[in-house]
Design a protein around this ligand. Structure first.
Ligand SMILES: O=P(O)(O)OC[C@@H](O)[C@@H](O)c1c[nH]c2ccccc12
Length: 267
């Protein structure tokens, strides 16, 4: 694991131990959101714009985006503009998000919600369910095979879909190995274009990894996307999902920014 990921996951484990003390698993299970019917990320991506629009206030590489719009305006704007799903950051120390954000977003929209966080513990999967997520992110670079398997199976058992995030061929191979026996409509695989050592993004990473994807797996390209032409190009090489945050969150009105982006992609 590289230094920044190590730093983030260590902090995540620390914060987690506090939350676990304040709320037990059975407390989580008795929250109203826990048993609700979930929306399918996979189906929504297949049948719509393919864009997963992200709510992210800040990031370690870019600092604060200073978006003046509150969460309600952002997520309702995304839904209205035609997002297939919303990615909601719940990491507090590095991305300025919270589980409360996820819970509020759940009350505002009826499209799939991805809990965007550094998942390293089963408890977080139950939190995701209780606070209204439909899908969770599992970052291959943060997890060994055994952890990834345990978290993935728990998610599927709780009716949550999974976005597996990979950055190179080795991580993709590990995820493919794990998901061999999974129903391909219950997970998607995302290529993160951001190099977590240098924080630079390059679409070339998506372009080079797509050749290794199994045919029935829905492929997503994540990070550093700012040009509708790039989405068109990625669609041609069979990407069906696009995770975009900064481009929208650095504007005053992320919903309208998404709306004009989708319009350009469709032109
Ligand atoms: O803001 P961008 O460059 O459009 O990227 C969005 C998303 O891909 C990025 O926020 C992200 C990808 N993987 C993550 C893991 C954790 C936190 C954040 C991320």
């Amino acid at each position: 694991m590289n230094d920044i990921l190590k730093k983030i996951t260590q902090q995540t484990l620390k914060d987690l131990s506090v939350r676990k003390r304040n709320m037990t698993l059975s407390d989580l299970r008795s929250m109203p959101g826990y048993g609700r019917k979930t929306f399918s990320l996979y189906e929504s991506l297949k049948n719509g714009s393919g864009i997963i629009a992200e709510h992210k206030r800040q990031s370690p590489s870019k600092g604060s985006f200073k978006c003046p719009a509150d969460l309600e305006k952002v997520v309702k704007g995304y839904e209205k503009a035609g997002a297939s799903a919303i990615s909601c950051l719940t990491d507090e120390p590095f991305f300025g998000g919270s589980l409360k954000d996820l819970q509020s977003a759940r009350n505002y929209v009826k499209i799939p919600l991805l809990r965007k966080d550094f998942m390293v513990d089963l408890y977080q999967v139950h939190e995701a369910r209780a606070y209204g997520a439909d899908a969770i992110l599992l970052i291959a670079a943060c997890l060994d095979d055994e952890q990834m398997k345990t978290l993935a199976i728990e998610a599927l058992n709780l009716n949550l879909e999974i976005l597996f995030e990979v950055h190179n061929k080795e991580e993709l191979d590990r995820v493919m190995q794990l998901t061999q026996s999974f129903n391909p409509t219950k997970f998607v695989i995302g290529v993160n274009n951001r190099d977590l050592k240098k924080f630079e993004t390059s679409i070339e990473i998506s372009k080079s990894l797509i050749a290794h994807f199994p045919k029935d797996v829905l492929a997503i390209s994540e990070s550093g996307i700012s040009d509708p032409e790039v989405v068109k190009e990625l669609k041609q090489i069979s990407f069906q999902g696009f995770l975009i945050g900064e481009l929208f969150m650095k504007t005053d009105d992320p919903g309208s920014a998404l709306k004009s982006f989708i319009k350009s992609v469709e032109e």
